[in-house]
Write a protein that binds this ligand. Structure first.
Ligand code: ADP
Ligand code: MG
Length: 555
């Protein structure tokens, strides 16, 4: 379409307004224009936080020389022409406001050459008026340079933050476009330093690794889901990967970067119970749906969007993200297997869901569990991809501590706690005997016990885990186990068992949601999460199959 000034009728329908709030707004509008022009390469440069200079150049369609001036008219656009277009347009811009708005708050130069034209057109604007026009050489594409932003607008200049802050807004903005247009090569130079460079090879994971690093990009889970109403695609972080900042939520609708409380809530809902408080996921999601389902025309910056069917949108997002998280959780137990037998074993994945229902699952590793609540102050109720889990909080904590204690000892890094006030204990001759033949072993776990008169001993230091209140009990339990008839359990395991058992939270102790979550996350990391150190189960699993059977949902 040629550039034309919109009719007053259309203008009255668009949410017109000031779009340039800060340097990043200029970058946003110019980059959007480049993308709308089909550019495969977009280079952005900013100096002095964008106030001194912003330059965006692209290899897009360019503007025909006969239309360059018109592009700076308010409400002149090539992207829509009448009211019906407002309902279905696929470009990022549509208001014809950006270039004229920028030209009123800064000095602007444009050099552009459209396909099929022999030479480029150069235009320079001061205070919104054309100050110079000439022909200049240029390859196909457009370069817009913006100097001295807000020079005559001191109130706005005052509102700006430091150079560094404005730079970071620009970098953040560009990273969003880099994520959603992975087929475009983006580069960003801030004060002559290249801060971003994407390959433009079309892969979201590659673009992601430029923004978040290779390791994070590799760990991200793929989201691909959809129905007749809408489709969702992108990458989301597994529960084990999170950030303390909530700036890692990149949401797009039809590849338009948006802020949406609705979508944010849907994503949060999908992660509910999977992340610790204060932790946020890394999310890059694009929702594609027909233009008639949305209204972009609610705010001049076009970052707000109205959905006509909010509930359906919410459900679609939650299902897509939740599905990816559950899928990852199912795949997790098989990791050791595939690692051992090579990646060709991937076909065995479906076996996980086809296995026979059992009360204690045969798989060693734990999937990611969602904490639902606490039962009788003793069991944690959780949901996983394979049904319902009841976890004995004491047994689970015992397992966690047991593995921690043993690994600390084997690394020689036992955390020791010196007692400011040594504690005295009385030992029976038998116990004295045990102490004397195990002193070195006990020392390896952090116990320093020395004689103090007849059969009296002073405990000077203990493992950091121990609680002074039941210290005498712990020591006595350790002595008993070392003295016991059990000859199959190695002595270090006996000591670790006694320590873990006494330090673990007890049944009957009320736990907060956070505490339960922390416990479950640690249990997931355990080598043998399904049994306590004594070999009793830490959990009972009711598979979805069993539930269906019990409720007579299947034959
Ligand atoms: P809008 O993007 O809403 O149409 P703008 O003021 O941003 O309004 O741009 C006006 C017009 O100038 C666009 O419709 C487009 O035809 C043209 N234009 C602007 N930037 C570019 C560019 N980088 N490449 C090609 N055409 C451009
Ligand atoms: Mg535009």
């Amino acid at each position: 379409m040629p550039i034309e000034v919109l009719t007053p009728e259309v203008v009255s329908k668009i949410a017109a307004g000031e779009v340039i709030e800060r340097p990043a707004s200029v970058v946003k509008e110019l980059v959007e224009n480049s993308l709308d022009a089909g550019a495969t390469e977009v280079n952005v440069e900013a100096q002095g936080g964008g106030v001194e200079l912003i330059r965006v150049s692209d290899n897009g369609t360019g503007i025909p020389s006969s239309e360059v001036e018109l592009a700076f008219h308010r409400y002149a656009t090539s992207k829509i022409s009448d009211l019906s277009d407002l309902e279905s347009f696929s470009t990022l811009g549509f208001r014809g406001e950006a270039l004229p708005s920028i030209a009123t708050v800064a000095e602007v130069e444009i050099l552009t050459r459209a396909a099929g034209e022999p030479v480029g057109s150069y235009l320079c604007l001061r205070k919104g008026e054309i100050a110079a026009r000439e022909s200049r050489a240029r390859a196909q594409g457009t370069t817009v340079t913006v100097h001295r932003l807000f020079r005559y607008f001191p109130a706005r200049l005052k509102f700006l933050k430091s150079r560094a802050t404005e730079n970071s807004h620009i970098a953040y903005l560009l990273s969003q476009y880099a994520l959603i247009f992975p087929e475009v090569r983006f580069s960003l130079m801030l004060d002559k330093r290249t801060t971003l460079h994407t390959p433009g090879d079309g892969g979201l994971r590659n673009a992601t690794s430029q923004i978040y690093g290779v390791e994070t990009a590799q760990r991200m889970l793929e989201v691909k889901d959809g129905d007749a109403f809408a489709s969702v695609s992108g990458l989301v972080s597994p529960p084990s990967l999170s950030r303390t900042s909530h700036n890692c939520l990149s949401l797009f609708v039809n590849r338009r970067w948006i802020r949406s409380p609705l979508l944010t809530r849907a994503v949060e809902q999908a992660y509910h119970g999977l992340l610790m408080e204060g932790k946020h996921p890394i999310v890059i999601l694009n929702l594609s749906l027909p233009g008639r389902e949305i209204d972009v025309n609610v705010h001049p910056t076009k970052t707000n969007i109205k959905f006509h069917q909010e509930q359906a949108v919410f459900a679609t997002i939650e299902k897509a993200v939740g599905g990816a998280l559950r899928q990852a959780a199912v795949a997790k137990p098989l990791r050791p297997l595939t690692a051992m037998t090579g990646s060709y074993q991937l076909e065995s994945l479906p076996m996980v869901s086809e296995r026979e229902p059992t009360l204690t699952a045969p798989l060693v590793n734990l999937p990611v569990l969602r904490v639902l609540g606490q039962l009788a102050g003793t069991y944690i109720v959780a949901e996983g991809p394979e049904g319902l889990y009841l976890i004995d909080q004491h047994a689970a904590h015992e397992r966690i501590l047991y593995e921690k204690i043993l690994s600390q000892r084997s690394r020689g890094e036992v955390e020791v706690q010196g007692l400011l006030e040594p504690m005295s204990i009385e030992l029976s001759p038998r116990e004295e005997e045990i102490l004397n033949s195990n002193r070195e072993r006990l020392a390896q776990f952090g116990f320093d016990i020395e004689p103090f008169g007849t059969r009296s001993y002073l405990i000077r230091s203990v493992p950091a885990l121990s609680d002074r209140a039941n210290l005498a009990e712990v020591v006595s339990a350790i002595f008993t186990s070392l003295d016991g008839r059990d000859e199959t359990t190695p002595w270090e395991e006996k000591i670790a068992q006694s320590l873990a058992c006494h330090a673990a939270i007890k049944g009957g102790q009320q736990l907060s949601h956070e505490e339960m979550l922390a416990l479950i996350r640690q249990l997931e990391g355990a080598a043998q999460p399904r049994t306590c150190p004594h070999g009793r189960p830490t959990m009972i699993q009711l598979t979805s199959r069993q539930l269906e059977k019990e409720f007579g949902r299947t034959g």
